[in-house]
Design a protein. Structure first.
Lengths: 343, 343
DNA sequence: CTGAAAGCGCTAACAG
DNA sequence: CTGTTAGCGCTTTCAG
């Protein structure tokens, strides 16, 4: 059996309470005694048993992250920020991977009830009022990233503002017939980004006719919706093909609701023998890794930073459970590359 | 306070042992009694406390993964496989993120000593004999992915074989002057891939002269080595530039030790106004996500599958601690795309 | 300051 | 089959 606090106590000729004080930097211990204990600890190669500490302290030292994992880079960057920041604290991260949204609630229950962790971060997932309520009542802080709920702390990007800026960029380049390609129309980011697009158009006196907007669900192919709420390459490609077919309005620019959508659209454009940005200007949203390699102009979301902030914030909540709900919104920034050009 | 096993016992009018048997599917309980207990559990909304169970059972239900995290897609795919497989078991994953190799040992100690997890997976990291020894002696199974150690279980790809196949492919296309670009020469994958390259050349009666091989450390720029052992885009670009400069041998093809190296090299080639595969054929290794978007011919490593296998294997070790060391080697497969062409 | 003792919530061996 | 009891390894009063 591994060495326990009792072994240390015996060797140091003190009580286990004293050993505990020594390892926990308690002020209630005489420096000399502490030295003796520390020496015994080193001699025996003792390390406290994390689980046992957890039970006694009623805290686990674990943070849970529940992530949908289909879109690589976005979550990878988030994770990098999270891990980096977490390493400053003595905290471990348990990762829950959601591939079908239905399993999300299992994890919420798991984290909530089984007390495996001290707090949870969710990403890009709607939280029902029911769970929002449950978490508020419990002592497990919850922080929502990339979505919102008015009763819960969240961090997200200003989708509408970003979409507005993207569309504006196209307009300033001289484009007038600007189409938008989107994931599932009913998803939160879709709705918000659509609003930004619409507002930019209207403010410039441009009208958004229905045939200028194609969302994943309008494609009459349920399969396309499966992956990531319709924010996937296939949707981008199909939507663009349709735009290409029925374009009688002289569309010259596309605002894609995400980079991956934009990339699908680019593929369709090139396969049609057209070129970018000569025939079509196109702008994405997210700034995933691929975007820079494919020289896609896009709205950058500060993913790494969001990951850092999420951790900092939840650590704050660990300190002060009663800290009032805080909703943080960050602005995306335009990254101009080669897929947009003056008309 | 949350509801405990005692509350359930009281309500069900049984002892806590019986409650425990009910939740743990023990055969030693009468079906009717079990029904009563289960009913009380539902009524009270009881869920066992994972930490307390862990302490009593001497197992945590947690698997630790220690990963270097700089190269997105590779680890993302691995993680997908791991998470997918793990979800079949009642296991959670703690992720440790290594950005500097020096911190690796901290995590090894942490997992080894603090008993936060039942087993650990390491990725792309050399394990010293010292730690190999420590783990073998301990009851914490360790599984090494993407590296090898003869005393420890590991899963990796046949680097030499893959490099051989890659080089052979180039040779079959008619190329004779084939250069290789590599990460740090001393790293295990570099050495193994170099051997495959060399063997393919020799078997075809081609000679490998020193100026045909450029590794990250030969670039006289320590900064380039920092990231991922020299397997990064900058090294690919710099190495290719050098090749372009001093090429008096009529090199027509490049075998890059990794996709990201290949991508850097492609950039250098294009910036020199040359084209691929017209002027240079180039093949990578890994098949990261970018490779398909950039149409890079490469050797594919089955990352997702490796992740699955790693979990399956470590679960086996949980069952049978004495299971003898097993070393698994998988073959990479050639994925032909647009960057290689007949001479 | 320090030792003893009482939990933390659960599992498992032991009687019955 | 079931209740009781002794831990699992540590933290935290509570006396002294």
């Amino acid at each position: 059996m591994a060495v326990t606090i009792y072994d240390v106590a015996r060797v140091a000729k003190v009580g286990i309470g004293t050993v505990s004080r020594a390892i926990n930097n308690s002020p209630q211990i005489r420096p000399e005694t502490k030295k003796i204990v520390l020496h015994a600890i080193k001699e025996l190669g003792y390390t406290p048993h994390a689980i046992a500490q957890g039970l006694a302290r009623k805290k686990t030292g674990i943070l849970a992250a529940i992530m949908p994992f289909y879109t690589g880079h976005f979550y990878h960057e988030l994770l990098r920020g999270i891990m980096k920041t977490l390493s400053k604290y003595e905290y471990d991260l348990i990762l829950y991977y959601v591939d079908r949204l239905e399993v999300k609630n299992n994890f919420l229950n798991r984290t909530l009830q089984e007390r495996r962790c001290d707090g949870v971060l969710t990403f890009s997932m709607e939280i029902s009022d029911e769970y929002a309520e449950k978490f508020s009542k419990s002592k497990v802080p919850l922080l929502i990233v990339d979505r919102a709920h008015d009763k819960i702390d969240c961090i997200q990007v200003k989708n509408e503002e970003g979409a507005f800026a993207a569309t504006k960029h196209l307009i300033e380049l001289g484009h007038k017939n600007i189409a938008m390609i989107s994931g599932h129309k009913e998803s939160a980011p879709s709705r918000e980004r659509y609003r930004g697009y619409e507002r930019a158009m209207q403010e410039s006196g441009l009208t958004v006719t229905p045939d200028l907007f194609i969302s994943a669900d309008a494609l009459d192919n349920p399969d396309l919706l499966q992956q990531n709420d319709g924010f996937n390459e296939h949707v981008g490609e199909s939507a663009m093909k349709r735009l290409l077919q029925m374009d009688r309005k002289g569309i010259t620019a596309i605002f894609a609701g995400s980079d991956i959508l934009a990339i699908g659209a680019m593929k369709a454009i090139r396969e049609a023998g057209l070129s970018i940005p000569k025939d079509y200007s196109i702008i994405g949203f997210d700034d995933i890794e691929l975007a820079s390699y494919l020289s896609l102009t896009t709205m950058q979301q500060p993913m790494y930073e969001i990951g850092c902030m999420a951790v900092e914030r939840i650590m704050e909540k660990f300190e002060d459970k009663e800290s009032p709900v805080r909703q943080v919104q960050l602005s995306p920034t335009l990254v101009e590359r080669q897929t947009t050009a003056p008309l």
